[in-house]
Design a protein around this ligand. Structure first.
Ligand SMILES: CC(=O)SCCNC(=O)CCNC(=O)[C@H](O)C(C)(C)COP(=O)(O)OP(=O)(O)OC[C@H]1O[C@@H](n2cnc3c(N)ncnc32)[C@H](O)[C@@H]1OP(=O)(O)O
Length: 147
């Protein structure tokens, strides 16, 4: 499948538990999901849940986080489609640069045009998010891209 059909919907009270479960299953931070519920989305292909992702907006910048595709559905272009949709949501919200931390998918994001950036060059409002403040390991790579 090279161009999967995927729709993104904001996670509501009923689907935040799914967001937490999928993040936990993938070893990604989930403890703070309830503190920023408006940041998360659930991706579906038709009625089927494919994965989750989030953007924490801080002015004109955003933290792209919590991108996860259900394990059996990987390798079919869903991760790419999910990130396309998250970036489009961020752009529509006036975000013009996205930052992220990763220990697992640096090459995936680099292939999307994200470049490594030293932590000290990241905007203070992004460094103040809980992921930067401690939820992500200090060994995580920081990447960023202009939208
Ligand atoms: C900012 C953050 O959220 S960091 C956290 C990232 N998420 C995770 O680590 C959770 C576990 N991983 C996943 O859920 C998935 O592997 C994802 C979201 C990273 C990718 O989802 P997929 O549906 O497999 O992506 P998709 O099918 O679009 O793959 C596109 C390309 O990326 C490659 N790719 C997929 N995952 C990774 C990875 N972790 N690292 C490097 N390359 C990858 C694929 O091989 C494919 O390469 P190709 O175009 O040469 O064939």
């Amino acid at each position: 499948m090279s161009d999967p059909s995927l729709t993104l919907a904001p996670a509501d009270d009923g689907s935040l538990a799914y967001v937490e479960e999928l993040l936990e299953a993938n070893g990604l931070p989930s403890r703070d999901v309830r503190t920023a519920p408006g940041a998360f989305y659930v991706a579906r292909d038709g009625a089927e849940r494919i994965g989750v992702g989030g953007v924490e907006r801080r002015g004109g910048s955003g933290l792209l986080r919590s991108v996860a595709v259900e394990e059996p559905k990987r390798g079919r272009g869903y991760g790419t489609a999910l990130c396309d949709a998250l970036e489009a949501e961020a752009t529509a919200d006036g975000v013009d640069a996205l930052y992220l931390l990763t220990t697992t998918a640096a090459d995936f994001f680099a292939a999307r045009g994200y470049a490594e950036i030293p932590r000290e060059e990241i905007p203070a409002e992004i460094r103040a998010t809980s992921q930067f403040e401690g939820l992500c390991p200090s060994t995580a790579v920081c990447l960023w891209a202009e939208l």
